[in-house]
Design a protein around this ligand. Structure first.
Ligand code: NAD
Length: 500
């Protein structure tokens, strides 16, 4: 491992003391005695033990958040915004250190975590810090002697539950708007990647966030389930798989809680004959292999029009073979390991299935275990062409570096095939034809469609899924609607008529 460099706070051999839940402004020991471990995916080493939050700790966190809600919801929006802005500044100042910790926990290449994960989260917190002061209601005149006000009010305690692929960014994407609107939050990171959410809690505290406004509970499904089922939780926002989304929504329904779900995808990238090839290639590669393919909005079904298909596939193969797989702490590495042994084995099963499917194997898909990477969860990026729509690895969300290329011959055909999936998170169209770009974008069943680009998610832009890819939206002004509720206050200026 080349990870141990002078100046790095965290590296591949880092061991940390036992980590805990962060409740009411401080670390709280767990009474259950249960612990779990988190490992560095680059070498399989245990980084540390984490004390699991049982029902008692979940209850303590929700109670702290309920109590904090009373004053936080009445704190002037300018003050809420100031605190969030300070947090965004601290996050940017500590970008490198936080990126190293994220790389340690997730195995994602440091070139990515230091350029994207923390910075894009801080940008969202800063965006909602600015929006806080603009959250307002409505006045409705009801002449001759009445009017109504529509107040936009926070919901209360929001439960945030995160996935392991962008652990800190997800915690920021959820807490930024929730807190800006005056809610408090109890966040549960994924059990595979529990470390950076705690740093976010520390940074919020340092920025001046009162105790109890942002809490972190540690654990897996049981902890998440206790949180979702807690009677004092008003809203649940989950980022995770479709299966978990269904369970969480059903559990939340028992208390008729509001729900936002950011779930999986199997998104299409459609490349027409007239596309600017270099742009389409760059997008297909980044939209499949960034974060070792562990990105929900990845464009894992690449539809290429017959006229450019062979050239496109040849170039994809050449460029994919050149991707540098390796130690995620090496700044030159472009593709690090998968997040866990379990996930690595799942991706290998899909790769084996792809090889037997009849699709043409262009490159990659082998375990990668050179030298001291032997105990890590590495796999080389794979491209398969001549895929059919009904092949298992073309239908399922693999969440690994596996690109399927499919050929098409007409616009109508490709729209129909692109939409033939229960998912609907995102999609892209590459063409120089303005009208066709918009026709296709309008007809794609997806929450976000890029024209001549891929996986760009600025804070101002709503992000979320159609169909089974989710419910509700994160980012943009739409997010405010999911973290507030409206109250109508009707004011009578005259007399109440005598009816009886
Ligand atoms: P997962 O569904 O296994 O777990 C997600 C979270 O839910 C974890 O924190 C887990 O502990 C928790 N959880 C599991 N069962 C629960 C239950 N019964 N009650 C409450 N919480 C429970 O997902 P994952 O494997 O961590 O992440 C990968 C998935 O996340 C992929 O499907 C990916 O597409 C999706 N994802 C979506 C987005 C998006 O914005 N749409 C972003 C990132 C990841």
């Amino acid at each position: 491992m080349t990870g141990k460099r002078t100046g790095n706070k965290y590296h591949a051999e880092t061991s940390l003391p036992v980590q805990r839940s962060f409740i009411n402004g401080d670390y709280l020991p767990s009474s259950s005695g249960q612990t779990f471990e988190t490992r560095h995916p680059g070498n399989g080493r245990v980084i540390c033990e984490i004390e699991e939050a049982g029902r008692k700790e979940v209850d303590a966190a929700v109670q702290a958040a309920s109590k904090a809600f009373i004053s936080w919801s009445r704190t002037p929006a300018t003050e809420r915004g100031d605190i969030l802005r300070r947090a965004a500044t601290l996050l940017r100042e500590r970008n490198q250190e936080l990126a190293e910790l994220e790389t340690l926990d997730t195995g994602k290449a440091i070139a990515e975590t230091s350029a994207v994960d923390i910075i894009t989260g801080a940008a969202v917190i800063e965006y909602f810090a600015g929006v806080a002061q603009s959250i307002h209601g409505q006045h409705i005149d009801l002449p001759p002697e009445a009017f109504a006000m529509v107040r936009r009010e926070p919901l209360g305690v929001c439960a945030g539950i995160g996935a392991w692929n962008y652990p800190m960014q997800i915690a920021m994407w959820k807490s930024g708007p929730a807190l800006a609107c005056g809610n408090t939050m109890v966040f549960k990171p994924a059990e595979q990647t529990p470390l950076t959410a705690l740093k976010l809690a520390e940074i919020y505290t340092e920025a001046g966030l009162p105790p109890g406004v942002f809490n972190v509970v540690q654990g897996a499904a049981a902890t998440g389930s206790a949180l979702v089922g807690h009677p004092d939780v008003a809203k649940v926002t989950l980022t995770g798989s479709v299966e978990t989304g269904k369970i969480v929504m059903a559990e939340a329904a028992r208390g008729l809680k509001k729900v936002t779900l950011e779930l999986g995808g199997k998104s299409p990238i459609v490349v027409f004959n007239d596309a600017e090839l270099e742009n389409a290639l760059n997008a297909a590669l980044v939209g499949n292999f960034y974060s070792s393919g562990q990105v929900c909005s990845n464009g894992t079904r690449v539809f290429v029009e017959a006229g450019i298909h062979d050239e496109f596939v040849k170039e994809l193969g050449r460029r994919t073979k050149a991707i540098r797989v390796g130690d995620p702490f090496d700044p030159e590495t472009q593709l690090g390991p998968l997040v866990s042994k379990e996930h690595y084995e799942k991706v290998l099963r899909y790769l084996a299935d792809a090889r037997k499917s009849g699709a043409r194997h262009i490159c990659g898909g082998e375990p990668f275990s050179e030298g001291n990477l032997a105990n890590g969860y590495y796999v080389t990026p794979a491209v398969f062409s001549d895929c059919r729509d009904d092949m298992t690895f073309v239908c399922d969300e693999v969440f690994g570096p596996l690109m399927s290329v499919l050929s098409f011959t007409s616009e109508n055909e490709v729209i129909e095939r692109a939409n033939q999936t229960p998912f609907g998170l995102s999609g892209a169209v590459f063409t120089r034809d303005f009208s066709r770009a918009h026709r296709v974008a309008n007809l794609m069943q997806a929450g976000i469609v890029w024209i001549n680009d891929y996986n760009i998610t600025p804070p101002e832009v709503p992000f979320g899924g159609y169909k089974q890819s989710g419910l509700g939206r994160e980012n943009g002004l739409q997010a405010i609607e999911h973290y507030t509720q409206v109250k109508t206050i009707y004011a009578n200026l005259g007399d109440v008529p005598k009816t009886y």
